[in-house]
Design a protein around this ligand. Sequence first.
Ligand SMILES: Cc1cc2nc3c(=O)[nH]c(=O)nc-3n(C[C@H](O)[C@H](O)[C@H](O)COP(=O)(O)O)c2cc1C
Length: 202
Amino acid sequence: MSDLLHLEVSPLGDRSISRSISKEFLDAFKSKHPGAVIVTRDLDLEAIPHLDGETINAGYTPEIDRSPSAHAKHNFRISLVNEVNEAKNILISTPMWNFTVPSVLKAWIDQIIVPGATKVSGPVTIIISQGGSYAEGAPRAGWDWQTGYLKQVFTSLGATDIEIILSEFGLAGVVPAMADFVEHKSASIAAAKKAAQVRAAA
Ligand SMILES: Cc1cc2nc3c(=O)[nH]c(=O)nc-3n(C[C@H](O)[C@H](O)[C@H](O)COP(=O)(O)O)c2cc1C
């Protein structure tokens, strides 16, 4: 049982916007719950293997008939499912890559969704950093296949309290064409950090 299951995705370390926002959440969470048991999965440091045929078939094969390799892969998958089921709170911190989630996060999602076995009952907080903006009226409104997707994933697992904390314009100041949006970027990050603190202290 953990008080918080915490997933990090960005490979950008100290330069990562999503990590800087999740840090605000974690600091506030730890002050509110001293001694909290936090399980961290940093998918940049330790990637989750893609779901392969051996793992899928192991789920349909009696334990006694599984090869040692299939047995190990199956057990690892079930340990990931248990981490989700046993978490009182879940925090996901991720960038947007190519209009959706980075593949390391998708690999985790494919491993943990086992119909009938995975169940999320506590609050889920999803921190997302996007390079641009997909808000209504933006040129690329409707191109965001990440926010709704992640919400759908956790809804399908039973979560009813899901909050998305979004920061936009992460590429402003990095990509010359987005120079006009530097102030929007700072404001968006500041608002996301505040929202993360409030959510963690709730
Ligand atoms: C491989 C890659 C793909 C990206 N694709 C998108 C994208 O489709 N849309 C977008 O708005 N930003 C995109 N970005 C920009 C990141 O979402 C943005 O820089 C974000 O702030 C990164 O979060 P991080 O600093 O926590 O890693 C991409 C960045 C990388 C490295």
